[in-house]
Each structure stands twice: as C-alpha cells, then as structure tokens.
Design a protein around this ligand. Sequence first.
Ligand code: CLF
Ligand code: SF4
Length: 302
Amino acid sequence: TSGLDEKTKARIEKHPCYSEEAHHHYARMHVAVAPACNIQCNYCNRKYDCANESRPGVVSELLTPEEAAHKVLVIAGKIPQMTVLGIAGPGDPLANPEKTFRTFELIAEKAPDIKLCLSTNGLMLPDYVDRIKQLNVDHVTITINMVDPEIGAKIYPWVHYRRKRYRGVEGVKILHEKQMEGLQALKEADILCKVNSVMIPGINDEHLAEVDAVIRSKGAFLHNIMPLISAPEHGTHFGLTGQRGPTPKELKALQDKCADSNMKMMRHCRQCRADAVGLLGEDRSQEFTKEKIMEMTPEYSL
Ligand code: CLF
Ligand code: SF4
C-alpha cells in the first residue's frame, strides 16, 4: 500500500478487496438483490451473475431487501471477521436503485459497523452519488473497459439510458461520459473508488494501459484488471464467437505494465459470486442459501 496517504490506509484497512493485507483476515459478503441491468456487455449472459465483478456462469438466488438484511445479520453473527457488505448483482445495482438503497438502509440501521460497498457499470452513477454518500457507502467499484467508444462498441452492443435504447458507438459514448462523470463525482464526495477492467485479448488489451492512466488521473486509487472468462457453455456473445480470455502470463504482463505508478494494482481478486460469503477465495455461499438463512435467527449484536 505504498503511495497511499495515512487516511486512505486507515479506511481500507479492513476491506478485503481494497487492501491486499486485509483479505487474509477480513471477510466480505454479497447479497443478490439487484436483478435488472441497463447495458449489454458481450461477456455477459443475463441468466447468470453480473460478470463485471463475477465469474460468469454462476446463478445466485435473488433476495428481497428484507431477506438480504436478515441474511447479513445472521452471517455477521456467525462470522466475526465479516466487515464488508457488497451489492454486486446479479445485474447492475444502480439499475435497481430502490432495492439496492433499501437494502443499505436496513443494514445501516441494524448493523452500522458493517461497511457498505457497491459495484456498478457506472451508467447511473452521477445520478446517485449523493444518495450513496448519504447512506455512508464508503467504497464504490466502477467497471471501466475502455475510454475510447470505438473500442467500447466491440464490447457493448447497446446501452439503455433514460427510457431509450442506444446502439453501437452512440450508446457507448453515453456510458463513457457517465463513467467519467461518476469517477469525478466520487472523488468530490470523498468516496473511495476502485476500477475493474475486463481484459479481452485483441479488443482492449492494448488499450487498458491508457484506461489505467485516465482513471488514475481522475482519482481512482486501485485498479483491478480481471481476465475475460468466456466458456462457450456460458452462452455469452464472446463465448459464442470464440473470443478467448488472456493467459495468466498475458494478464500478469499487463498488470505489471500498469503497476509502475503510485496507484495500487489489485492482484488478489477472486471474481466473486453475487451471493459470495467469507474470506476471498473461500466460498461459503452454500452454507447460507435462502432456505437455510430464513430458518436461522440472527445472533448479531453490536
Ligand atoms: Fe464485493 Fe466488489 Fe465490494 Fe469486494 S468483491 S462489491 S469490492 S466487497 Fe473483491 Fe470479489 Fe474481486 Fe469484487 S474479490 S470480485 S474485487
Ligand atoms: Fe451483465 Fe453486469 Fe454487463 Fe449488466 S453490467 S450486462 S449484468 S456484466
């Protein structure tokens, strides 16, 4: 965590994704309350979790905000290292603002010591930064795969914005503008921002160093470059066209290229499910299925 000021260090010290050291000791959980999405990524199949954060091909059980809050209290009572609650799908949390914010409100009320985290494609971010700040959400992730809409048009076939669908470059330009505005607004609101990028060989691999420079200049403090996972059986556009993911060597080379700066490069991401529970790399979601948690009584107390 060199290059970070003391204040930022203190803020990330218990966040398993934001701090490399913390991920050995602190756990996160996700609640899958956000089914809808407002864009189409060619690496996503909507039947499964949002691939912006997650491993594609995984189906999470949807919860209502009330069920989600119950789940958080049950798990916080059972896993003392639980410090962060994230909403990361299965669609885009900000395409489901009522569900997402209701969940945060309930948790802030009942478990105010749990940090709140949100992951988004960024399209609606400028609209909601005030609300995010108000709810005391301290960490936001934006998935940014390009800063050039021509490249973006190979990743996003359409964008649905304010009741209208925009195809091709026209849509990607809106997405790009909103991502940049969102980054800026987070910085002004003093909300910590991490950027995720999906590395797609032949499409944005050469371009991600530029993305890295742009997001850094706009105040993101951590960059997480994740490999495209595109198995044909996941039924994503890229899977069907035979688009390959990077090899571990290619991924590492790009991460190394972007790492020679003050901004941290995240290398311990596990591409979690939208209902993940536990330390990164330890998936306990099956211990806490909807059926099981609804039978448990929360033992959490402050
Ligand atoms: Fe969840 Fe994401 Fe918050 Fe972490 S995951 S919403 S920032 S609490 Fe973490 Fe999982 Fe990688 Fe995401 S390891 S997929 S970076
Ligand atoms: Fe899928 Fe997430 Fe992209 Fe929406 S933002 S299309 S849910 S990967």
